[in-house]
Ligand binder design. Structure first.
Ligand SMILES: Cc1cc2nc3c(=O)[nH]c(=O)nc-3n(C[C@H](O)[C@H](O)[C@H](O)COP(=O)(O)OP(=O)(O)OC[C@H]3O[C@@H](n4cnc5c(N)ncnc54)[C@H](O)[C@@H]3O)c2cc1C
Length: 381
C-alpha cells in the first residue's frame, strides 16, 4: 500500500518504519526543515554543544520493549535528571525530597520525622480538594506550595492554580528520602550524539521516503491508500471549529563562558521571575567536555495561531471543542490520527513509541482481515 505519514517526529517515524518493514511504501512529510519533531537535537554552531532545540528531552521508561527498540537505532548514555529550583532566595532539590524539606525549613529531620512534620503542615481541613491549589495545600501545606508550586504553575499555565483541576497533582509530590532522581523509571538515558541520529537510523529504509519543508495538502492524501496524521487534530480540519488551546514556549538563548548554573535544569518558582526554568544544554551530555556554555530561558504563554503547540490545555472549554473534532475525525475515512498533536494529549517519548508500535501492528492486523483502520487507536478523551 502507499502510506502517507504526516510528521517526521517519533509517531510518523516509528509507524513508517514498521510499515516499511512489512513491505508498504511510506512517504513521510514534515513542514519543518528537519526530522525528529520536537525531539530534534543539533549542535550549537557557536559552542559545538548538543542542543535540545524544543526543550530538554530525557528518555525514561519502564517499557523494556520500547527501551530495546530505541537502543536498536542509537547508543544511549546513562542520564538521570536532577532538577534544582530557585525559590524565595534559596536553591533547593526537586522533586521535593528530604533534602528540600530539611533545607527549606532549616531542620535535620529523619524520614519518619519529616513525614510527621509535613503531615502537620498539610491542611487536613480539605477533604475533597476542588482544584490544584486545594490539593497542594492538602498534600504539602502552604509554605512548600507557595515556594514550589504556586508561582511556577501560574507561569506555566497562565492561570491561577485555583482554576486547574485537582487531578493534575494526583500523587504526593514528596519523597521522604534523599532520592532526587526526577523520574522513577527503570531505564533512563540520552542518546550519545543527541536524538537526530536515532531518527536518521529509524528512517533509513528503502521503503521510506522523507520530504522536509513540505506541508500537507489534500492532494497528497488522494494519492495514498491510507494517511497517518501526527499533526494537530484541529489542523487537519483547517481549524474550522476553532483552535484547541495549547501553551507554547519561547526559548531565549544566551551563552556563558564557563558553567552557568552547574546543572541541566533550574526551575524558578517565584512569580516575579518571568521565566519558568533555565536549561544549560552541556549538562545533558556530561560525557562531553565544553569550555563555554549555551542556555535557554524558557517562557510559557498561550499559543496563538502560527505558534508551535507544546502543551495541550485540557480544561472544560477545550474538552468540549475536542469532542466536536473527535466526531469529525471519526467520520473521516482513510485517516488515523496519532501522536501528541493528533490525539491532543501530552505524551512522553516512550508512550509515543509504544502507541506508534501498537498502531502499526493494529493496522497490519486489520489489513490481513480486511478491516478499515479506525480514526484513533488511542482515544484522545
Ligand atoms: C518542552 C517539552 C519537553 C519534553 N520533554 C520530554 C522528556 O524529557 N522526556 C520524554 O519522554 N518526552 C518529553 N517530551 C515529549 C516529546 O516531545 C513527545 O513525546 C514527542 O515529540 C511526540 O512525538 P510526535 O511525533 O507525536 O509529535 P511531534 O514531535 O510534535 O511531531 C509532529 C511533527 O508533525 C509535523 N507536522 C505538523 N503538522 C504538519 C503538517 N500540516 N504538514 C506536515 N508536517 C506537519 C510537525 O512539524 C512535527 O515535526 C517533551 C515535550 C515538550 C513539549
Amino acid at each position: 500500500m502507499r502510506i502517507l505519514l504526516v510528521g517526521a517526529g517519533l509517531s510518523g517515524a516509528v509507524i513508517g518504519r514498521r510499515l516499511a518493514e512489512a513491505g508498504h511504501s511510506c512517504r513521510i512529510i514534515d513542514s519543518r526543515s528537519h526530522i525528529g519533531g520536537n525531539c530534534y537535537t543539533e549542535r550549537d554552531a557557536e559552542t559545538g554543544i548538543m542542543m535540545h532545540v524544543y526543550g530538554p528531552h530525557i528518555f525514561h521508561t519502564d517499557d523494556e520493549e520500547v527501551w530495546n527498540y530505541v537502543n536498536g537505532f542509537t547508543d544511549f548514555m546513562p542520564f538521570q535528571n536532577r532538577v534544582k529550583a530557585t525559590a524565595q532566595g534559596g536553591v533547593y532539590s526537586l522533586p521535593i525530597n528530604l533534602l528540600t524539606i530539611n533545607q527549606f525549613f532549616g531542620k535535620t529531620l529523619h524520614p519518619d520525622e519529616a513525614r510527621a512534620f509535613i503531615a502537620e503542615k498539610a491542611d487536613s481541613s480539605i477533604t475533597e480538594p476542588r482544584n490544584f491549589e486545594e490539593q497542594a495545600l492538602r498534600l504539602v501545606g502552604r509554605e512548600l506550595y507557595e515556594a514550589f508550586f504556586k508561582g511556577y504553575t501560574e507561569k506555566q499555565w497562565g492561570c491561577s492554580p485555583t482554576e486547574l483541576p485537582a487531578s493534575i497533582l494526583k500523587r504526593l509530590p514528596l519523597r521522604f528520602n534523599y532520592d532526587d532522581n526526577y523520574f522513577f523509571h527503570r531505564f533512563q538515558g540520552i542518546p550519545r550524539d543527541g536524538y537526530t541520529p536515532m531518527f536518521d537510523a529509524i528512517l533509513d529504509h528503502p521503503n521510506i521516503s522523507v520530504e522536509l519543508n513540505t506541508a500537507y495538502t489534500p492532494e497528497m492524501a488522494a494519492e495514498a491508500d491510507h494517511v497517518f496524521w501526527s499533526g494537530p487534530l484541529d489542523g487537519y480540519f483547517s481549524y474550522e471549529l476553532g483552535h484547541l488551546g495549547y501553551r507554547t514556549l519561547d526559548f531565549e538563548r544566551f551563552t556563558y563562558g564557563g558553567d552557568y548554573q552547574g546543572c541541566a535544569v533550574m526551575n524558578y518558582g517565584d512569580r516575579d521571575v518571568p521565566y519558568t526554568r533555565v536549561t544549560e544544554h552541556k549538562h545533558f551530555s556530561p560525557w562531553e567536555s565544553h569550555e563555554g556554555s549555551v542556555c535557554h530561558r524558557e517562557y510559557s504563554r498561550a499559543a496563538e495561531p502560527g505558534d508551535i503547540p507544546y502543551y495541550p490545555i485540557r480544561l472544560v472549554t477545550e474538552k468540549a471543542l475536542l469532542e466536536k473534532y473527535i466526531a469529525r475525525a471519526e467520520a473521516t475515512k482513510g485517516v488515523t490520527f496519532v501522536g501528541r498533536l493528533g490525539t491532543y494529549r501530552y505524551l512522553d517519548m516512550d508512550v509515543t513509541i509504544r502507541e506508534a508500535l501498537d498502531t502499526a501492528e493494529a493496522f497490519l492486523a486489520g489489513n490481513d482481515s480486511n478491516e478499515a483502520p479506525p480514526a484513533f487507536l488511542k482515544s484522545p478523551r
